[in-house]
Design a binder for this molecule. Structure first.
Ligand SMILES: Cc1cc2nc3c(=O)[nH]c(=O)nc-3n(C[C@H](O)[C@H](O)[C@H](O)COP(=O)(O)OP(=O)(O)OC[C@H]3O[C@@H](n4cnc5c(N)ncnc54)[C@H](O)[C@@H]3O)c2cc1C
Length: 468
């Protein structure tokens, strides 16, 4: 049967170079940016909808699992082939990037790198707002499947707010279109939104039509320094209730500040407990008013200082500091458990306090940074996965972080998705009835459970898998 499946595959994907079966290829396709490793049996680098449809029909016939994959920057295990089978890599399929400046849309193939869309839009004075920190490496298909967010999403919304149409291949190999090219569209069920955020479990995205916006004429970056971490959380809540909506409000705690300074000295204050970086954008006069307001709020919240970047170069340097946090914090130990539990905005100060308690209680190397403005802090635990005892404690700390976020009315994941890493905790957030409704949707789309199996839903007896 295996030999027959291989023969059939060659009829679907004519270019043998795009079918990978060498051991070194299979091993490298067994990782993403998260924690696990699962080796696939075969990799297909698809470059057309017909190929994807052919692979999925074949997979249904022979009951072979298929895992879609972009650039594997997922932090939740989404593109890992947990059940083996075929990894369907769309990262080579990046040829189409059409900007229509009259309809204000971009039409893109799945493997286009996200930052390229915004860059292409900029030539027309337009912008594609979703900007995950990984936007220079991650694909639009990966962003759509995870419903990715980013710093700018505070003001502009996340990936789902910008997709108006999709071409999707269903798990049974039918090519369908959802939505369209109009901004308003309420015709039928909104399958576009169902596919967005479905983590590659309901269909393979083969083309996307994305909404674009006019690029704001001016922007300004403000750095606010705090002696107390909790005050930075209070400041976030106060900014958001002060009547202004910044484009970005990003947080770095003391551990992130120190890690960045040790890695690439930029002159950040290493004695501060937190820094907030705020970006305002819009009309220059509005930005002046809003900057004054931010200064007022900072004073009232007990900030140590407020400074405004005097040039684009200075602003770039500050944002570079924020981008350097991820690489900087893994220099002390090799493993980074990156969580993205999210809380309602009013609960940001309390979440900050709970994170500090968790850090002390479990004696863990906890670094907190991220998209504070939308309650999507990124508590990162720096550890060494080879140390089994340490990992047992880390597991407990991760569970405490999930519990804290849920107690405060939050959610397990604001943007990284559930994948394999958080599926065991889905029953903490959803009732059996809610989970069952989700499973019924999965079964209707994918009766043979071919597409990205073992993701999102808890497997009986499963728990967090950090220490095995
Ligand atoms: C340093 C760093 C910073 C990051 N910053 C952010 C951030 O700010 N915000 C954020 O949201 N995320 C962030 N991420 C996480 C990650 O980059 C995003 O989840 C991204 O969307 C993944 O894109 P990808 O192309 O790498 O997809 P992959 O990791 O390859 O896949 C992600 C998911 O998409 C599915 N998939 C891939 N292609 C398709 C397809 N064609 N059809 C259907 N499903 C598909 C996969 O099965 C998987 O479930 C960061 C990651 C890193 C390493």
């Amino acid at each position: 049967m295996q030999a027959e499946a291989d023969q059939q595959l060659l009829k679907i994907v004519h270019d043998r170079k795009r079918i990978l079966s060498q051991e070194e290829d299979l091993v490298s396709y067994g990782y993403d940016a998260s924690f696990g490793f699962y080796r696939p049996d075969l990799v297909v680098q698809a470059t057309s909808s017909e190929e994807v449809a052919g692979v999925l029909k074949l997979a249904n016939r022979f009951k072979i699992p298929v895992t879609p994959r972009g650039q594997a920057s997922s932090l939740s295990g989404g593109p890992l082939p947990v059940k083996g089978g075929i990894v369907l890599d769309v990262s080579q399929w990046n040829q189409k990037l059409v900007i229509d400046s009259e309809d204000l849309v971009a039409v893109v193939s799945p493997g286009v790198v996200t930052a390229q869309i915004d860059k292409a839009a900029a030539k027309y004075g337009l912008m594609y707002p979703p900007d995950p920190s990984s936007s220079r490496v991650s694909t639009i298909a990966g962003n759509l499947a995870e419903n990715s967010g980013g710093p700018r999403c505070l003001k502009y919304g996340v990936t789902k707010d910008y997709v108006i149409g999709l071409e999707v291949v269903t798990p049974q190999g039918e090519i369908i279109r959802t939505g369209g090219r109009t901004v308003k569209n309420v015709t039928g069920y909104d399958l576009t939104k169902l596919i967005v955020g479905s983590e590659g479990t309901l269909g393979v995205i083969t083309e996307a039509t994305l909404r674009l916006m006019p690029r704001p004429p001016a922007s300004r970056t403000i750095m606010i320094i705090f002696d107390r971490f909790v005050d930075s959380g209070k400041m976030v809540s106060k900014i958001l209730t002060s009547g202004i909506l910044p484009a970005k409000v990003e947080m770095m705690d003391q551990a992130s500040i120190r890690a960045v300074e040790a890695y690439r000295p930029l002159g950040l204050p290493t004695d501060a407990e937190a820094i907030l970086l705020v970006a305002l954008d819009g009309h220059p006069a509005a930005i002046d008013d809003e900057s004054d307001k931010i200064k007022e709020v900072a004073k009232a919240t007990g900030a140590r200082s407020v400074s405004i970047a005097r040039s684009d170069e200075e602003a770039r340097k500050l944002w570079k500091a924020r981008k350097l946090v991820s690489p900087a914090i893994v220099r002390s130990k090799p493993t980074k458990i990156s969580e993205d539990a999210t809380v309602p905005r009013s609960k940001i100060p309390e979440f900050c306090a709970r994170l500090q308690e968790i850090k002390k209680k479990y004696h863990i190397d906890l670094v907190v940074f991220g998209h504070a403005g939308d309650g999507n802090l990124h508590p990162n635990i720096i550890c060494d996965k080879r140390n089994k005892e340490e990992m047992k404690v880390v597991e407990k700390a991760v569970e405490a972080i999930f519990r804290a976020a849920l107690d405060l009315g939050g959610t397990l994941s604001g943007e990284h998705g559930i994948g394999t890493m958080k599926s065991a905790y889905m029953p903490w957030e959803f009732s059996p009835e809610s989970l069952d409704m989700m499973k019924r949707i999965k079964n209707a789309w994918d009766p043979n459970n071919i597409l990205n199996p073992s993701k999102i839903f808890p497997v009986p007896g499963q728990r967090l898998v950090l220490s095995e």
